[in-house]
Ligand binder design. Structure first.
Ligand code: LLP
Length: 425
């Protein structure tokens, strides 16, 4: 059935045997729809970056913690990170054993630290003070330390996670103090890690940062380098959000070839026999997700055309929070592909003027009753959704490998939102 704008999802048969309008009718909107085949494909691309025996894809669960998604990522042979007790719980429920989970912590309480220690997962600490606390809680244990390489990158200043203007990591000039704390508590430095920021589209910055971390490792005293089990370069692998403009993909072949050469040569030179982690979130899951919403109202305020939908920033916050661009598809019964575009702003149903999903976007005319598909919504979509304005969070469905849809999380209800009040259920 022709749609007004759907050539991208059509070209990859994103909806399998299903139709987006029918999915919207069956499960309601807003609705997160994921495609299993795309997810598996992205995991495989990541795993193929290097054939070095220690090379490991450590999926960063913060991007999407739906259990069905985590299970597929586990089946694809990735390990996983966690950065909160909730993520740790989800990782374990998805079947990851403790030795396949790293806890990449940041300013956590002693209770939270204790919880991770009790679950016997390797933890990375992010400051000297937390290293000291870790030593007190788990003397004689193993720990990772996150370093700040001094240069960050990212698609928005809010997602740059290295450099002096960010809160992250220990600066390498504190190495002597790191050693002193390790020794005071008989801790083994089992890993070093970093994460420079989110969304790079060319390999150079990431590879430079990887070299930095290898250089730092090489500067360790021989017995400490010999005890190192993990060198974790972090995530940040970008995806092209401007699908309809033909934006180029990150060249995974080039990145993989260069990364593989770097780590293989370094391991051969230093005798390092441990693992090398990459820690991508977005790359694994962003493109396997399309968010469906309904166009409920169309109006003009002066010269500006507004399309009012149920996709407020409670459902997808990235545009409001980072001015992020997500491409939009338009599904209409018996629609005709329409080349004539006009500027339209797509907005949500939240009572704030910042509730804008797409600003003054040239698109074919959107009409009341259309179903919209917001592309690349699988990463930092549902996980960042909120219940603002007392709107329950959406449902999630998976287009499985056989092309049919399966509900993988039901829609929240207002009763779910009331569960924390005593005496109201
Ligand atoms: N490792 C650490 C320690 C991280 O903090 C992050 C992301 C990752 C790995 C995974 O990064 P990725 O490969 O997904 O870029 N909410 C923002 C992105 C925030 C990323 C936070 N940290 C967004 O929607 O663009």
């Amino acid at each position: 059935m022709p749609n007004v704008r759907s050539t991208y999802t059509d070209s990859i048969r994103f909806f399998g045997k299903e139709d987006p309008r029918e999915l919207a009718a069956r499960f309601g909107t807003p609705l997160y729809v994921y495609n299993e085949t795309v997810l598996r494909q992205r995991c495989r691309e990541l795993k193929e970056l290097s054939s070095h025996p220690g090379f490991t894809v450590n999926y960063s669960a913060k991007a999407n913690t739906n259990l069905a998604i985590l299970r597929i990522i586990r089946e694809e042979g990735c390990v996983v990170d966690a950065m909160s007790p909730g993520e740790l719980r989800m990782d374990m429920l998805a079947g990851f054993p403790a030795e396949h989970i790293t806890y990449i912590s940041n300013n956590i309480s002693r209770e939270e630290m204790r919880n991770a220690i009790d679950h016997q997962v390797l933890m990375s600490v992010d400051s000297l003070s937390q290293l000291e606390q870790y030593g007190q809680l788990n003397p004689g244990g193993k720990v990772m330390v996150r370093f700040n390489p001094g240069i960050g990158t990212g698609h928005h200043r809010k997602v740059v996670t290295a450099g002096k203007e960010t809160k992250f990591g220990v600066t390498p000039d504190s190495m002597d103090r790191v050693f002193a704390i390790l020794d005071a508590h008989n801790l083994t430095l089992a890993g070093i890690n970093q994460h420079i920021g989110s969304l790079f589209m060319t390999p150079d910055g990431y590879l430079n940062a990887a070299e930095f971390l290898l250089h730092l490792a090489e500067g360790l005293p021989a017995e400490r380098l010999a005890a190192l089990e993990v060198i974790d370069f972090g995530g940040g692998f970008g995806i092209p959000y401007r699908k309809y403009d033909g934006e180029a993909r990150l060249d995974m072949n080039e990145l993989g070839t260069r990364l593989h050469a770097l780590i293989s040569a370094w391991a051969a030179r230093t005798g390092y026999a441990g693992r090398f982690f990459v820690e991508p979130g977005r790359y694994a899951v962003a493109e396997c997700g399309v968010l469906l919403g309904g166009a409920h109202c169309v109006k003009n305020n002066g010269e500006n055309r507004y399309v009012g939908t149920d996709i407020g920033f409670n459902v997808l916050v990235r545009p409001a929070m980072y001015d992020s661009f997500h491409d939009v598809e338009i599904y209409r019964e018996n629609g005709t592909p329409d080349e004539a575009c006009q500027e339209q702003s797509i907005v949500g149903n939240i009572c704030e003027s910042g509730d804008v999903l797409a600003k003054k976007r040239p698109l074919p005319e959107i009409r009341e009753g259309d179903v919209l598909g917001i592309l690349d919504a699988g990463a930092y979509g549902y996980v960042m959704a909120s219940t603002y304005n007392q709107r329950p969070r959406p449902a999630e469905v998976m287009i499985t490998a056989d092309g049919t849809a399966r509900l993988i999380r039901r829609r929240e209800t207002v009763d779910d939102l009331l569960r924390c009040y005593e005496g109201l259920q």
